[in-house]
Design a protein around this ligand. Structure first.
Ligand code: UDP
Length: 238
């Protein structure tokens, strides 16, 4: 434990991170892989909260683009995150971790309702807390939910798992000369319009001095390295 720079983390997993190589839904192998990777740090005493997205199932913007009422579509998106949270819970418990799903929208039969103090208590008792249903409000994203929960639970950092190994000055998939940042300021992320997290999530993190680590989920031992302060991906700081 003494090797670790951070003790309590909030991990943002996008819906896409659960898809693995698939094009929709969840890949059981990917869920298992995620559970095993997180178990390593959890066994070392790291307190882990997770906000999970829903983009692998439904996005409010896509519904709105197809003619749906935006808020109605956003509620569908939030429900999609609950399905992902239950899938993660299943995989994590199979890997031997105690978990709780806490939902921002009440649904007693499937998940606890989110109560900040109770979430912190779960973390202190060594349970992985999976936060579902985003912020519970339409017009927000799960990135913003992640920044919000990170601040609320007093996390030491917000870790954003992606398919790219950090933040680049331009899209590395399209530009060979794209340069990766080791660190970058919130202000530059916002000013350059870099697509790390949406602006609301970035601004909330900035206001509350919450470091954001953006890293590639498929890299070996990436959680341990990042939490021990080794250079992994890109860190967004003041
Ligand atoms: N959503 C919402 N409010 C929130 C969080 C999420 O309305 O606080 C909806 C929104 O429609 C979003 C969908 O849930 O498109 C899924 O979340 P997101 O797109 O952030 O998932 P990810 O891209 O991380 O998979």
């Amino acid at each position: 434990m003494e090797d670790y720079k951070y003790r309590r983390i909030l991990l943002k997993l996008s819906g896409e991170a659960l898809m693995g190589d698939g094009e929709y839904g969840m890949d059981p192998k990917m869920l298992e892989h995620l559970a095993e990777s997180i178990k390593t740090i959890h066994d070392d005493g790291i307190e882990v909260g997770i906000v999970v997205g829903g983009g692998n199932i439904f996005r409010g913007m896509a519904g709105a683009a197809a003619g749906m009422d935006r808020a109605q579509a956003d509620y569908m998106g939030m429900l999609a995150t609950v399905m992902n949270a239950l899938a993660l819970q299943d995989a994590f418990e199979k890997a031997g971790m105690m978990t709780r799903v806490m939902s921002a929208i009440e649904m007693h039969e499937v998940a606890e309702t989110y109560i900040r103090r109770r979430a912190i208590r779960h973390l202190e008792k060594g349970r992985v807390v999976i936060f579902a249903a985003g912020t519970g409000n339409p017009y927000f994203t799960t990135d913003t939910a992640a920044a919000l929960r990170a601040c609320e639970i007093d996390a030491d950092c917000l870790m954003k798992a992606t398919k790219v190994d950090g933040i680049y000055d331009k899209d590395p998939m399209r530009h060979e000369d794209a340069k990766r940042y080791d660190t970058i300021s919130y202000r530059d992320v916002l000013a350059q319009g870099l697509k790390v997290m949406d602006a609301t999530a970035t601004a909330l993190s900035q206001d509350n001095h919450m470091p954001i680590i953006v890293f590639d989920i498929s890299e070996d031992d990436v959680f341990e390295k990042a939490l021990k302060g080794e250079s992994v991906g890109t860190t967004v700081v003041e």
